[in-house]
Design a protein around this ligand. Sequence first.
Ligand code: MEV
Length: 416
Amino acid sequence: MKFYELSPEERRRQLVEAGLMTPADAALWAGTPGLDPAVAAHLIENQIGQIALPLGVVRDLPVNGRSVQVPLATEEPSVVAAANNGARIAALNGGVQAQAPAHLVVGEVVFATAAPDRVVALLAAHEAEIRAVAAAAHPSIVRRGGGLRTVTVTRLDGFVKLALGVDSQAAMGANIVNTIAEAVGHAAAAWVGEPPLVAILTNGDTEPTVATVTLAPDTLATRNVAGAEIARRIAQLSRLATVDVARAVTHNKGIMNGVGAAVLATGNDWRAVAAGAHAFAAASGRYQPLATWHLQEDGRLAGRIALPLQVGVVGGAMSALPSAQAALRLGGFDSVAALQQALAALGLVQNLAALRALAGPGIQAGHMALQANSLAIAAGATGDEIAVVAATLRGTAMSLAAAQQALAALRKDEQQ
Ligand code: MEV
């Protein structure tokens, strides 16, 4: 049986037997996914409950010669299936190559001033003090080999910005950078003669992670469309996204389907990643696709994605969320770069799967087949009824009413 045809328990068992999941993590995910009530009550303000999402896995995403098991938390039925499909095609083609940038998170200390030249000169003259204040503000990150790396002063219209590039090591870095930015802002107020307007990290100034893949057209064929034609249409869809912002938004939404789900599963800040990705997409002044595809002279389809990924593998809420830690273990994400490379590769194959479906059978065929389960659940099916009602729905014009009818018929049958 294929992995997707197994029960969740059998899937976990297979992953444990393959040495990809620890028995303890399998037991964690087999149990109720809820947080310890005391943890939930203290993680946020005014906590009144918890929400749960299914956690899926992309099997064997090939990244830099490694097979990565990528955990995804999502409510959208087709996301995991599409990612697995894209990963399978990438594997047939030698896999995805990905490169992560040096991990630098930037804090901004901004002064609103009518005398920008004076403030620029004062800040530039105090670089040694800035570095000393930063080191004293967060000694533990310095001990771990990180800390303030770059100091840049920029004049903006009505403002002067001091940008502090911090190596936050394995952490996403928000708390580390904000602590350093506030301490530097406080100290700089004395030199500048006024406090800064703001001292906070930016979710925008992150270098992108880049991933590429090159595909033989015959690996793209669908049931009714030849691979070369699919490749040609994917390249056209990619070009369309560069000239039509409305299409680029949906193109990128499909990429974030996977990236956001993996960021969420690993306990990272999906808002930071989403805000950063969309700002990067618009950096040229016109919103552009994050992933692009073009046909090479040899007929192969080359894909490339570039997107900033402000993530970490320790610290933050991650440490308080046992499922996030298990997800990091499942992915083997022992460094920020390993996670960033897998996320970029995932975004690229997610986009590939979406464009291939759009270029071939259209999106609804696959979506609706997977939607059958959601419709069955929405109609009130429980337990074993879900699969039976979904099977009845497949191949028909699917609707909630049809699912309700199928469920009523099933229950009537069972009573007889
Ligand atoms: C659906 O969640 C995502 C897609 O719309 C992405 C795309 O159109 O490229 C299929």
